[in-house]
Design a protein. Structure first.
Length: 234
């Protein structure tokens, strides 16, 4: 009986081994490597183009007393523009902070007013800004706000129909700008953005010396702009 039991045990063990050999072998699954998230950190340079629309305001005062004469004119300036920019971003998790400077050449920014008392003309040549940027990155998409210093160069000419001659002045105005935009990384080095911007350039006064003696005019330029920009990131 003992030998029979040992024989049966051997047969069962051999059968189990054969069954195990017939089972399919499980292979370990290799995971595909995960691509690293895009980094916004680095220096960049680029170009921009867009459209600017603004409003200028001329307010008239008596030079001797500073009293408001009751005369004020509003007129619009519109223009396309193109320019260059450069900046630096630093990313902290999803937060991106940076600084940027840019300069725009205005194509045909002109406007003015006309009434029986006089004719006014204004033109703008360029805009400049130095801004800080703060945004949130969703991998290759950056949503941001920006603000800082803004400047523009403007010329004004006033004509007195009664006297038949005029006078004018040119001034560099400075103030602030605020805006927001969205930027997308097309490649690891090339990004594109769409941005809205508002600029307030402060005000400047001009004391008439010939055509409007005794009067002082104050100019208050403002503008809005939409711009498309492409940047190369180093």
């Amino acid at each position: 009986m003992k030998s029979i039991a040992l024989t049966l045990a051997g047969l069962l063990a051999a059968t189990s081994l054969a069954s195990a050999a017939d089972l399919p072998v499980r292979k370990s699954v290799e995971l595909a490597p995960i691509a690293p998230a895009f980094s916004w950190t680095g220096f960049y340079v680029g170009a921009q183009a867009g459209y600017m629309w603004g409003r200028d305001r001329t307010t008239e005062y008596l030079t001797s007393t500073g009293a408001y004469t009751g005369f004020a004119w509003r007129y619009n300036l519109e223009s396309g523009f193109g320019g260059l920019h450069a900046g630096y971003n630093r990313q902290f998790g999803m937060l991106v902070a940076g600084v940027e400077i840019d300069a725009d050449r205005l194509i045909d920014a002109k406007g003015g007013f006309r009434d029986p008392g006089g004719i006014g003309r204004a033109s703008r040549a360029w805009n400049f800004s130095a801004r800080g940027r703060l945004g949130v990155a969703f991998d290759r998409v950056l949503v941001y706000a920006a603000g800082g210093y803004a400047a523009t160069r403007a010329k004004y000419h006033y004509f007195n129909p009664a006297l038949g001659f005029g006078e004018g002045f040119a001034r560099t105005f400075s103030g602030y700008t605020l805006g927001a935009g969205v930027e997308y990384a097309l490649t690891d080095a090339l990004t594109a953005r769409l941005e809205y911007r508002y600029a307030d350039y402060g005000k400047a006064s001009y004391i008439a010396r010939s055509a409007f003696l005794g009067l002082t005019g104050t100019q208050i330029p403002r503008d809005h702009s939409l711009r498309l920009a492409v940047s190369y990131k180093f």
